[in-house]
Design a binder for this molecule. Sequence first.
Ligand SMILES: [Zn+2]
Ligand SMILES: [Zn+2]
Length: 339
Amino acid sequence: MNRRRGLLASTLLCAAAYAVSPGAQAPGPPPAAGSLRWFKGNTHTHTLNSDGDSTPDEVVRWYRDNRYHFLVLTDHNYLTEITALNALHGADDKFLVIRGEEVSSSFEGKPLHINGLDPSRLVQAQTGGTSVADVLQKNVDAIRLADGVPHINHPNFGWAVAADDLAALRNNKLFEVYNGHPMVNNLGGNGRPGLEQMWDTLLSRGILLYGLATDDAHEFKKLDNLQSSRPGMGWVVVRAARLEARAILGALERGDFYASTGVELSDYQVAEGRITIKVKPVAWAGYRIAFIGKGGTVLEEIEGPDATYQIKGSEGYVRAKITESDGNMAWTQPVTVSR
Ligand SMILES: [Zn+2]
Ligand SMILES: [Zn+2]
């Protein structure tokens, strides 16, 4: 479903205006907008080094062949070596493999998985703790101690992680609002909230989290089996100065990206109190763009591939969700609104 689309090539502007803050707790100033490019990547993938069905070389080839710019290999509690993969497949500004690990732990049978992106060494999964939130925090801390960037994976897998658990976390900016594995319950049910609802609950409480879409791909040899854990399900498009691990991860932690399951944007700007979104449309498809604020309230919904939202100042935050008529989605990151 993703292969018919080209990559976003143009350099886009996303300057914060007087009343909005795309990343209130950003670690540093973003690079000048004129030098930025968009890079498509996936931050969650498995190989034979854990429970994937293919070698690291085969996995990397799939992403390079399918026109991604970067890939993070995240085997369970294993740091897959990337030097030789980059020597073979890496190319300046074209393709990069980033080291990673899915630090996999549990609490009372609930799976607690946190990706560590570009850690300097293997992170030992922390298993002891008094609660889900406590174990999550210990693993986030362990990832940070190894200079890795954490992201919380598939909160609804095994119905393990609730909004209150995420609300208690410190030093974590990212979570998966969409995970492509077929067993992760993205949409909720049986009285459990979906991940977007969880996101709005947290944002409404003033907890700024950015939402990723990922593959969590395990199976590269069953691409025609729609029930398998396939690649190409969800990805991020990141605005960064260059294709280098820390530039990409810095942009992720500033919220300078959008998440997608198939919708591509040609323009996205936050400037002068307005959020502007332009979809690169598929000829036969229709689009609906919803701007969402505090409490998950739909502030405005626009039919069509282009939308501009005028920030009023009382929304708390504004994020956009783009829905394509064939079921594909994209999510922009929340803009914090303060008077
Ligand atoms: Zn997992
Ligand atoms: Zn995984």
